[in-house]
Design a protein around this ligand. Structure first.
Ligand SMILES: [Zn+2]
Length: 273
């Protein structure tokens, strides 16, 4: 939560705060959302459909099979209350960029370029689980809430909007929050959100029975690919450097291994709908 939001929190009526408050899975961080979950999901599905309509879908049999195989296993490891509105869909875009994304509603896109660095199911799972982590942590909701608060002259305006059906939540705002412009590109979250998605993703992939150590190998490969070896970049940019992310993942590894063991004994509960 940024300081601008914090500074106006004091004047928000408690009842409204309760309404917009949520707890991030895995990390337990408390956050505030001024946007309606259903609205965000609806817009996200529309944006995903848009992307499918305007970008080439890969017909590579092996890669598609791998994506579906990993996706099915991962979706069972995400507790239903982390993404209650999920109607899972995994799509392989024919795009040379090293990239993947996930959207509210359980929509996951992977670019064929990702397979330049991803060499097995566990590694693919780590990337997809990270992206799903952004969604279950509601990072998009946070981003939209902050924008709304800024656009409406403060949080009070935003809260009022929430009550009136979040009328300002436009598809353009949703697309921008995801980082989708005219063409498929990457999402850019701040370093805290990236590390939070890493943590959540690590636990999800471990619960799905994948080897969490492979998440570190992906970041090492990414580091190699980007060719940025300077340790000072960890603090010089808004995005955490790969070494910084690797160190955090190493610290979280015991928790991930426990989650992996627990999932063997007691599968992740699912609600029968
Ligand atoms: Zn990310």
């Amino acid at each position: 939560m940024n300081t601008k939001l914090l500074s106006v929190l004091a004047v928000v009526p408690a009842a409204l705060l309760l309404h917009g408050c949520y707890q991030v899975p895995v990390t337990g961080r408390h956050s505030l959302s001024l946007v309606d979950d259903k609205e965000v999901t609806k817009m996200s599905i529309a944006a995903f459909d848009e992307m499918k309509a305007h970008n080439r879908i890969s017909n590579d049999k092996d890669l598609n099979a791998e994506l579906q195989r990993v996706g099915e296993r991962l979706q069972r490891a995400v507790p239903i209350w982390d993404m209650p509105d999920a109607d899972w869909e995994f799509v392989l875009f024919d795009n040379p960029q090293i990239n993947a994304f996930a959207m509210a509603g359980g929509k996951v896109g992977v670019f064929t370029g990702l397979f330049k660095i991803v060499q097995n199911d566990d590694q693919l799972a780590s990337v997809m689980a990270h992206e799903i982590g952004h969604v279950t942590a509601k990072h998009i909701h946070e981003q939209l809430s902050q924008e709304m608060a800024l656009n409406t002259g403060g949080l009070i305006g935003g809260v009022a909007l929430m009550g009136s059906g979040a009328g300002l939540l436009t598809s353009t705002a949703v697309m921008e929050a995801y980082g989708i412009g005219s063409e498929a590109s990457g999402f850019a979250f701040d370093r805290k959100k990236e590390k939070e998605a890493d943590h959540i993703g690590l636990i999800y992939m471990a619960r799905a029975g994948y080897d969490p150590h492979e998440a570190i190998k992906v970041l090492e490969k990414l580091e190699e690919e980007e060719g940025n070896g300077q340790p000072e970049s960890a603090f010089g940019s808004t995005h955490p450097s790969n070494p910084e992310r690797i160190a955090a993942l190493e610290a979280e590894m015991p928790e991930a291994l426990r989650a992996q063991e627990d999932a063997k004994i007691k599968p992740v509960p699912v609600l029968v709908k």
